[in-house]
Ligand binder design. Structure first.
Ligand code: HEM
Length: 530
């Protein structure tokens, strides 16, 4: 992992510690140590000049952090894109990062050269047991084994049953919605209810985990979601410092006590759930339906203490780690995506009418959708994609470079972080003309064929693409079907457009989603043109 520019992962990690006086000098004299550090810093901060990449001039130790001070990071990246082009370099403290705003290079990084870019950097520095086993952040053979178990479980899941299981949660959701409409006919913030619905529906259909956060806002999983998103938010200054100066994490973690406490409670709750499921279910006679069943019963090859290859199932702690990472993947993404779609539908009535026509054709005004019906709702998916283009809940993804290489003329050095800034492509006239306009037609088959496939990657791409994508899309569609079967979504006097957003680090509505719901009159829908 070394590089001739002296910026291997270990080197700049050590450098961070030395420069922050966290590592006492060993045998060297102080003068020698100081010269050594100065030499490193000089080399480090001139790396982009040496490899001929444009970018903002960094300051020693802080890099380009000043440019981000009190700013929305996405706005800064947009400005950088305009100034420095599609591929440029900048510094996050001591860490050199290459930013990619180019579909072809995105493909090279995420897919073709996965062997050199298979590691995802830490996105939330405040981690606790069993976060070290989180699919999101593991790498190498551990990640490969985990990914295979989870991906297989997703493929084997009885989707019909999972979708059917959402019915109970949907009925509670609709009852709550009806009350909100009755008490607030002029409009309300729907975000809290959507947070609760996505959480409850996801946990119940995937793991048979009854959360009931729509009835109990203090449910542990809801508390866990709130605290995790706050801890990972780009507005959390302590987390921000730790992301840039990793060596400070053990000290600053002390202040993350609220998140830590809820995290522990959440892990304990999952432990109880796994143990109870094992006790209650006889896997030799009963069918394996949901994700948890498949994860519990899956066997794989592994080495025992004597080094012999044996086939074994996961133990309880490994299962908890899997549930934990899957829950982590769905939290903050599912609800934010759904909330963005609801806002876009409120602001775009003709498109909403067309989505409703499609829903009515597939499952009328009352039926719970089947998997086949959800699959057939192609326009609804186009609407979802267009909402995620305008409000990308995952604005990009990131990888660490683990091996020096040159790709399409750009030199990548081991230890550099690569930030794939997909969202800048979403507002690029070259790929999406009139980018500010809501036009689901951009995602019909013909239009998609004309674009580079890596111009729109809301779920990432390559071997580390979102493992819950299909499941997530179904859940979002079900929620939209339920709302549109009963109501027309319109803006309320409090609706703000564009919707103010916040990065946690996924993009989410900052103050919720204010809308008004008008009950639909029963009867056939107005058939829209076009
Ligand atoms: C609309 C909802 C969702 C969005 C927009 C979304 C987006 C993403 C993105 C952008 C990534 C990173 C991909 C990459 O780096 O190339 C990712 C990874 C991941 N997502 Fe999702 N996600 C969603 C829902 C879910 C759900 C429901 C689950 C769990 C059931 C989930 C579990 C995961 C996991 C475990 C990873 C890490 C995969 C790996 O590194 O192997 N996501 N997701």
């Amino acid at each position: 992992m070394s590089s001739d520019n002296g910026i291997s992962v270990q080197v700049y990690y050590k450098l961070t510690r030395t420069a922050l006086f966290l590592q006492p000098p060993n045998n060297t004299t102080k003068v020698h140590e100081a010269n050594h550090v100065l030499g490193y810093l000089q080399k480090l901060y001139s790396v982009f000049e040496r490899i001929n990449l444009p970018g903002p001039k960094p300051k020693w130790v802080i890099g380009n952090l000043k440019e981000f001070k009190d700013r929305n990071p996405l706005e800064v990246f947009k400005e950088f894109r305009k100034k420095y082009g599609k591929i440029y370099g900048f510094f996050e403290g001591f860490r050199p990062s290459i930013v990619v705003n180019d579909p072809e290079m995105t493909k090279e990084i995420l897919v073709k050269h996965f062997d050199k870019f298979g590691v995802r950097p830490v996105y939330n520095p405040f981690t606790y047991y069993p976060d070290h086993l989180n699919l999101f952040t593991t790498s190498g053979s551990l990640w490969k084994q985990q990914r295979s178990i989870v991906a297989t479980a997703f493929n084997k899941i009885n989707m019909e049953k999972a979708v059917e299981n959402v019915k109970v949660t949907s009925d509670i959701f609709l009852a709550k919605l009806a009350k909100l409409v009755e008490y607030h006919p002029e409009g309300f913030n729907i975000a809290t209810l959507l947070d609760g619905f996505t959480l409850d529906a996801f946990a119940l259909s995937a793991f048979n985990y009854e959360v009931n956060s729509m009835d109990d806002p203090d449910a542990i999983l809801m508390q866990f979601m709130t605290e995790t998103l706050n801890a990972a938010s780009t507005e959390n200054k302590l987390a921000g410092i730790c992301r840039v100066y990793e060596s400070l994490t053990p000290i600053l973690k002390i202040f993350d006590y609220k998140h830590r406490r809820v995290h522990m409670k959440h892990v304990e709750k999952m432990r109880q759930m796994v143990q109870l499921t094992r006790q209650q279910k006889n896997y030799t006679t009963e069918s394996t339906d949901n994700l948890l069943d498949h994860i519990i019963t899956r066997t794989f090859s592994s080495r025992d203490e004597e080094g012999k290859v044996v086939r074994r199932a996961l133990d309880d702690e490994e299962i908890i780690a899997h549930l934990h990472s899957l829950i982590g993947g769905g939290l903050g993404t599912l609800n934010a995506a759904l909330e963005f779609v609801v806002h876009c539908l409120a602001m775009n009535q003709p498109e909403q009418q067309r989505a409703y026509d499609e829903i009515f054709a597939q499952c009328g005004l009352n039926e719970h959708p089947t998997v086949a019906a959800l699959k057939n709702m192609e326009y609804l998916e186009m609407v979802m994609n267009e909402a995620l283009r305008l409000y990308p809940c995952a604005p990009g993804t990131a990888r660490m470079c683990t091996q020096d290489c040159t790709i399409n003329g750009v030199e990548f050095k081991a230890g550099m972080m690569i930030r794939v800034m997909a969202f800048t492509l979403y507002e690029d006239e070259e790929y999406f003309p009139q980018p500010k306009k809501f036009m689901p037609e951009r995602f019909n088959t013909a239009a998609k064929k004309e674009r580079h496939p890596y111009t729109f990657i809301p779920f990432g791409q390559g071997p580390r693409i979102c493992v819950g994508m299909k499941f997530g899309i179904y859940l979002i569609k079900i929620a939209l079907v339920k709302i549109l079967q009963k109501y027309v979504i319109v803006p309320s006097s409090k609706t703000q457009d564009p919707l103010p957003t916040v990065l946690r680090p996924m993009l989410a509505p900052r103050h919720g989603v204010f809308i008004k719901l008008v009950p639909r009159r029963t009867g056939p829908p107005v058939i829209s043109q076009g």
